[in-house]
Unconditional design. Structure first.
Length: 438
């Protein structure tokens, strides 16, 4: 007789077992648990309380993943997205000068828009309307953006009045430990060691107590209060502050990131292959709704946009095929709530290697471009370069879309441009005209 877990997650139908699903869930969690340390470090630079962000990260990751597990029955985990958190902290708050409360309001608005198009079934139509070349350029650009943040946090790259940036002190303890962590992560990843990024962060953090002057504050504690960030979002401030451009950028990056991840991991798991069946389409739509819901929930709890995690592929590789894998990940995120002292003592130079490694993984998307067609590759490269060099994901997207439309038009191929790409390019042109006028 089928057990409750069999009936809920259709384990027999998917050719899996409780043991396999749980082990797959543990594998996924270990590969993405670095976000528990990286996200609070990044968002605390805005003035957000680090302990509250840690709790929000755990809770929204658990909630989004539970919805993914029970509503879509997908083996995919959800957590605050890398790149989106950097854009939130270093561009919207750091460069543009908005409060973190208003930035959370922008995340909420982008999440509501995302939820709406997912509910209406328009999400897949939108993603097909945006050129693959710009999607690749966006991924690579965010990767380089993360790289310069990581290099800066480690002290490897520092500001220079003469050359803008220059090399830091290569003899300093933070720099040496950051390089050690980076090489360790890359080596472990090459050797297929589960949780390579997390291991790198923990090793550097441990060494920081021995040679970096760090101080131990315990391992286990009662979860900190989430009150400082819970419902702190300022929707009115987001609307009044002219953050429409920010909402558009968040929406586009969420669209590229989450949809691509969901479809890619689902294909790898055999859940969305060939000509999709009605049931496969239904489950994918539910999965899209799950990560849309997580964005809204994250803004309410106090963190940047949540998204489906590509690290879920590690769990799929370990045999995960159903929502029981995701439910296991969610349970581990809730358990992590009681380990906040560990997050509090992780120095920025311990998370810097993770940012640098993730950057290396994201840049490889440029390899998929057709380098024989400059009207495709140049906009992608402009997008990639503009993000780190202007310290803004928004500027990179703007330059990419505008250059794509301009080059296609000048070469007589304007009919190849999807109407949606035209609309987005025009919106960015209006944005630059508005900024010039102010």
């Amino acid at each position: 007789m089928p057990t409750l877990l069999d009936r809920t997650f259709k384990l027999n139908e998917h050719g899996t077992s409780v043991k396999t699903e749980i082990l797959a869930g543990v594998t996924t969690f270990l590969t993405m648990a670095y976000i528990l340390f990286v996200n609070p470090t990044i968002l605390s630079s805005t003035g957000m309380p680090k302990d509250a962000v840690f709790v929000a990260t755990c809770v929204v990751s658990a909630l989004g993943t539970i919805v993914m597990a029970l509503y879509a029955n997908y083996p995919i985990a959800v957590a605050p997205g890398m790149g989106l958190n950097a854009y939130f902290a270093y561009t919207v708050v750091g460069s543009m000068g908005y409060s973190w409360q208003a930035a959370l309001g922008a995340v909420f608005l982008s999440g509501c828009l995302f939820l709406l198009i997912s509910a209406l079934g328009l999400r897949s139509l939108l993603i097909t309307g945006i050129p693959q070349t710009l999607r690749a350029g966006t991924s690579a650009g965010i990767g380089l953006f993360l790289a310069i943040i990581g290099l800066s946090n480690a002290g490897i790259v520092v500001a220079s009045p003469k050359t803008l940036v220059t090399l830091g002190d290569m003899h300093s303890i933070p720099v040496l430990l950051a390089w050690l962590g980076f090489f360790l992560i890359v080596a472990l990843d090459y050797l297929k060691v589960t949780g390579s990024v997390l291991i790198g962060i923990l090793v550097v953090s441990a060494l920081s107590f021995l040679v970096g002057g760090n101080h131990f504050e315990g391992v286990v504690s009662i979860p900190s209060s989430i009150a400082p960030t819970f419902l702190a979002l300022d929707i009115k401030g987001a609307l009044a502050g002219g953050l429409v451009n920010v909402v558009l950028v968040l929406f586009l990056v969420e669209l590229f990131d989450a949809t691509g991840t969901l479809m890619g991991v689902a294909r790898r798991a055999g859940l969305y292959v060939g000509t999709p069946t009605p049931d496969q389409d239904r489950r994918l739509r539910r999965a899209l709704m799950a990560d849309s819901t997580a964005i809204v929930a994250g803004s309410v709890l106090g963190t940047s946009s949540a998204t489906a995690y590509v690290e879920s592929a590690a769990g799929v590789q370990a045999g995960g095929r159903t929502g029981l894998t995701a439910l296991t990940v969610a349970a581990l995120f809730l358990l992590a709530l009681f380990f906040s002292p560990l997050a509090a003592v992780v120095p920025p130079y311990a998370t810097a290697p993770a940012l640098m490694f993730v950057a290396c993984l994201m840049v490889r998307d440029l390899a998929d471009l057709d380098w024989r067609d400059s009207t495709e590759t140049v906009p992608a490269v402009i997008t990639t370069l503009a993000m780190p060099f202007t310290y803004s994901v928004a500027n990179g997207l703007a330059f990419g879309f505008i250059s794509y439309v301009a080059l296609k038009t000048l070469t007589g191929r304007w009919r190849d441009v999807h109407p949606l790409t035209w609309i987005i390019a025009l919106l960015f042109l209006v944005r630059f005209a508005w900024l010039t006028g102010h």
